[in-house]
Ligand binder design. Sequence first.
Ligand code: ATP
Ligand code: RIB
Length: 309
Amino acid sequence: MKPKITVIGSLNMDLLVKSSRFPNRGETILGESVEYFSGGKGANQAVAASRLGAEVTMIGAVGDDLYGDRLKEILKKDQVDISSIKTVGGESSGLAIILLENADNRIIVIQGANAHCTKEDIDLNQAKIRESDIILIQMEVPLETVNYAVSMAKTFNKTVILNPAPAQELSDDLLQKVDIITPNDTELRLLTNKKTEGYNFNQRIDMLLEKGVQHVVTTIGSEGSVYKAAKQELITFPAYQVPVVDTTGAGDCFNGALAFALGRGDSITDAIKLANKTAALSVSKYGAQSSMPTLDDVREFEKNLNYKK
Ligand code: ATP
Ligand code: RIB
């Protein structure tokens, strides 16, 4: 049976601007190209899970501008149930300006309609949350909505994965309701605040575990990921050796794959292994959703695995 996943999160139009280097402060430079890709952390994670074989519903919001319908249609083509994505009149869709220099990126997100994904939307879609195996959520919709959705998911005893991106401080009350949190290095630092300057991963993760999260999975880009549960040893999952063209959405790919694998019943360590492979494949292609692999792609990749030295 296909795992059922509800993603609560953002949809953005990504403007991918390539240049040979980033401009300095106050400087204007000529870029190389601009391309439009469908993105948004929520939508990217929905596509990642769906391409691997999950039955995915997305709760979110788009604007009634040029991009809104297009963002929804693209998700629909990837078999994501878009019936819980609303269109907000008089508002623009979320937009991300992505500056790409070689494989390195800098991103500014304009929240637009994503800011209108509210508690009422969670109430309206209570039945979908209740039917899901996994609830996957990020921080590009209002914090109030995140808090509300996580609380509802817990009352239905659902497994909640929180990808705390973009980084912001979170209350202990929220953290205690999260089963699995998936910060990258920057987000982990912010969540454990500056007092931990000089601390290593293990110590920072322990601080989060002490706040009541059950499992911490930290992604560390080209170094792979690490995992720790309360009172357990830290486990390291090295990255795979791949040609890197664009890392945008690598974290989203990782989260979507993690949700898929946990939803089908994998152990958390097996789920992280699959997520590491799936995300490695995604960094070899441009764009976020456009770079998400299928399960067949992952199986093919498994035949020639190569860890980073
Ligand atoms: P983004 O915000 O760009 O989506 P992120 O910062 O949330 O990314 P990362 O930690 O950069 O996430 O990457 C997520 C996962 O992607 C890593 O844990 C790893 O599995 C894979 N990955 C990222 N970069 C590389 C790379 N250069 N080579 C191999 N795998 C990679
Ligand atoms: O994680 C990558 C995503 O972050 C991009 O697709 C962009 O929309 C921003 O939300």
